[in-house]
Design a binder for this molecule. Structure first.
Ligand code: SF4
Length: 111
């Protein structure tokens, strides 16, 4: 038996797929963000890299590389847009970090 599909059906399916794909993409993105747990500053790895949730509270004496204005939102490792409140960080897999946070691995994000 041969199954025939009309051009009209094909166009309808393409329109539905084109409409749903972005919506499904957003759902997937939100699920990924929801899977991240906020990085705890007391986590041993976070502590060893001097992670803080608020860069304005960095102990500059203990962190000689810190310069005012540095924070996660401007870091190369930050996986979100600088305007995102939190995002993944390539250094701390499975965790989110706040845009205003900081750690010793900070490196200027280009642009
Ligand atoms: S590596 Fe960058 S984005 Fe990650 S915690 Fe450190 S300063 Fe923030």
């Amino acid at each position: 038996m041969r199954y025939a599909i009309s051009r009209r059906d094909l166009m309808k399916r393409a329109l539905v797929a084109g409409t749903l794909a972005p919506a499904l993409g957003l759902v997937g993105k939100n699920l990924r963000a929801a899977e991240l747990t906020p990085l705890d500053p007391n986590d041993p790895a976070a502590k060893s890299l001097g992670f803080v949730t608020d860069a304005s509270k960095v102990d500059a004496k203990a962190n000689s590389t810190f310069k005012p204005g540095q924070h996660c939102g401007t870091c190369l490792q930050y996986q979100g847009k600088p305007s995102d409140a939190t995002a993944a960080c390539t250094i701390f897999a499975g965790h989110s970090v706040p845009a205003k946070g900081w750690c010793k691995v900070w490196a200027q994000r280009p642009g």
